[in-house]
Design a protein around this ligand. Sequence first.
Ligand SMILES: [Fe+2]
Length: 328
Amino acid sequence: MLFTPGQAIPTLLFVTLVGTVFVLQFGAWGSALTRRLLRLPAPPPPPRWVVVLGRVRRPLFWVGTVCILYGWLVEPRWVQVTHHEVAIRGADAATDPRLRIFHLSDLHCEAKRGPWAEAVVAAAREAAPDLAVLTGDYLNVVNVTPTAGSLPGIVDDLLRALPPSTPVLAVRGNFDIWGRALEVLRERGIRVLDNDVEALTLRGVPVDVAGLRVFDEAKPLALAARFRPGALTVFLHHMPDFLPEAAETGADLYLCGHTHGGQVRLPLYGALLTLSRYGKRFEMGEYRVGGTWAYVNRGLGLEPWPAPQVRFLCRPEVAIIDVLVKRP
Ligand SMILES: [Fe+2]
C-alpha cells in the first residue's frame, strides 16, 4: 500500500479544489444569513473578480453536490459483471477447453450486508464457474472482531450459489493481516494460499494456482518452481505490484485487486489514487506483461471511513474470465 508523490499531488489538488468550492459556497451562504438575521446593512458592491468567482463557484458547487450524492447513493450498489476471454498458448475456441474463473476482490465488508451482495450471488449462480478466486480485503478494520458482520453470510450465500465442485481459493489483502476474515473463509473450506501453490485439474486440464502473501511475498520464482510442466499457471496476489516478477516466471495469468480502480475516477484522467507501487500503470482492467495476461479487479466494497464512502465512475465489479487452454 503505497502513497507515492505521483499520486499524492493530483489527489491533494483535487481534494483542495473540492474543499475550497464547498467552503466558499457555505461561507457565502453563512454571511448572507448572518446579515439578514442581524439586519446588517447591505455590503458595498464586491470587486469584479469576486463576482466572477461567484459565478464559477455556484455551478461547481451544485455539480459537485450531485456527483457526491450519486457516488454515495447510486454507484456503490450498482454492480457491473465484466466478461473477459483470453486464449493461452494459441488455444483455439473451436477445439480447446474453456475454463471459467469467477474473480472477486476487495469486499471490505462492514457490519451491515454490502449493497452489492445479492448481485454478486446472482452472478455466481449464473456464471457456474470452474474456479472461484478471491483476492483479498474481506473485512474493514472497524468490524474485525469475533462478532464481525456480514462476511460469513455473504460467503455462505456465495458457496451455495457456486456449483458444489467449484474450488474456491483466496489470498489475503492488506486489511486481512489482523482479525477474523481468513478464519471465516477457512471455516467454510476455502483454501487461503499464503505463499503456497494449489494443484488442480479442471475439465481435464492441470491448473496450478500460486498465492502470494501480501507484505511477506515469497519470490514468484520460488513458487513457480513448484508448477507442473504443461499446467495452466495462475498467480493470485492482492496487489498488482508483483505482476512484472510473475511475468518473468512465464506464468499464464495474474489476478489481483487492491487499487479499487481508484474508487473515484476523473473523466479523461482515471484513478486519482491506486496505492500501488506502480501508480497508475496497473490501475484496473486487463494488462499483458510479456506472456502473462493480468486482471486488476476494481473490487466490490469501499475503503473504510474516514475515506470517502463513495465510488465515482468506478462501479463495483465481478469479473468472469474465460480462459481458453490448449489441451495438454
Ligand atoms: Fe481494498
